[in-house]
Design a protein around this ligand. Structure first.
Ligand code: GRF
Length: 219
């Protein structure tokens, strides 16, 4: 199977990046990790894993569109098939998205469409929701609004504080993100009338044995 070239964009500690680095992504290969935050954990993890890194500090750009053009230029030499957002704390404009149509994938720590935007876990906790979780989705020009590819749900316990809930969600992120990226790299992302779907396969059946994994939800 032909290699599927991935670029991972991250701004933070990089635990989701680490999950991708540690996983078998099938034909997926991480060609580059790009960050907007100098010295962030994600860059350190990439360097430790021997992956090429790029630093593009958004503070050097006055407009979002100019920053996104710089992103496009920095990523072009890597000839990426997909851009994977693993905690990249920037809203992307069509300047980047139009270069990678339906080929930018994000992980968000809520059961979208509930709680888009910043501190989704805190929003869920404050709302008193009893079921929280995470979502892998295609990125469009909205905020956390693109077609849903996979979700995992976790309970909110009476003993939780916001941090405990964040960690329970994060553990599920580390499961469904690599699994979904692998499925996409294997060419199992299909557009159907009702939305996007990950085709059935032995791997998907294995994911489904984790009862909190819900793949192929309608967009
Ligand atoms: C994760 O909660 C992810 O869902 C969100 O940003 C956070 C990144 O965490 N988009 P990490 O840097 O992967 O640890």
């Amino acid at each position: 199977m032909k290699a599927v070239r991935l670029g991972v964009l991250a701004s933070g500690g990089g635990t989701n990046l680490q999950a991708l680095l540690d996983a078998d992504l099938g034909p997926g290969t991480i060609e580059v990790v790009l960050s907007n935050v100098p010295g962030c954990g994600a860059l350190e993890r990439a360097q430790k894993a021997g992956i090429k890194t790029e630093l593009l500090n958004h503070k050097a750009y006055k407009k979002r569109k100019l920053y996104d053009q710089a992103l496009v230029d920095a990523l072009a030499p890597y000839q990426l098939d997909y851009i994977v957002l693993a905690g990249f704390m920037r809203i992307l404009t069509p300047v980047l998205l139009d270069n990678y149509p339906q080929r930018v994938i994000n992980i968000h720590p809520s059961l979208l469409p509930a709680f888009p935007g910043l501190d989704a876990q805190g929003q869920a906790f404050a709302a008193g929701t009893k079921l929280a979780g995470c979502t892998v989705h295609l990125v469009d020009a909205g905020v956390d609004s693109g077609p849903i590819l996979a979700q995992a749900a976790v309970p909110v316990l009476a003993s939780d504080d916001a941090e405990a809930l964040r960690l329970r969600i994060l553990a599920q992120e580390h499961q469904i993100f690599p699994a979904t990226i692998r499925a996409v790299c294997e060419g199992r992302l299909k557009k159907i009338e009702q939305g996007y779907f990950l085709d059935s396969s032995p791997q998907r059946e294995a994911f489904l044995q984790n009862p909190s994994f819900i793949a192929g939800a309608k967009s």
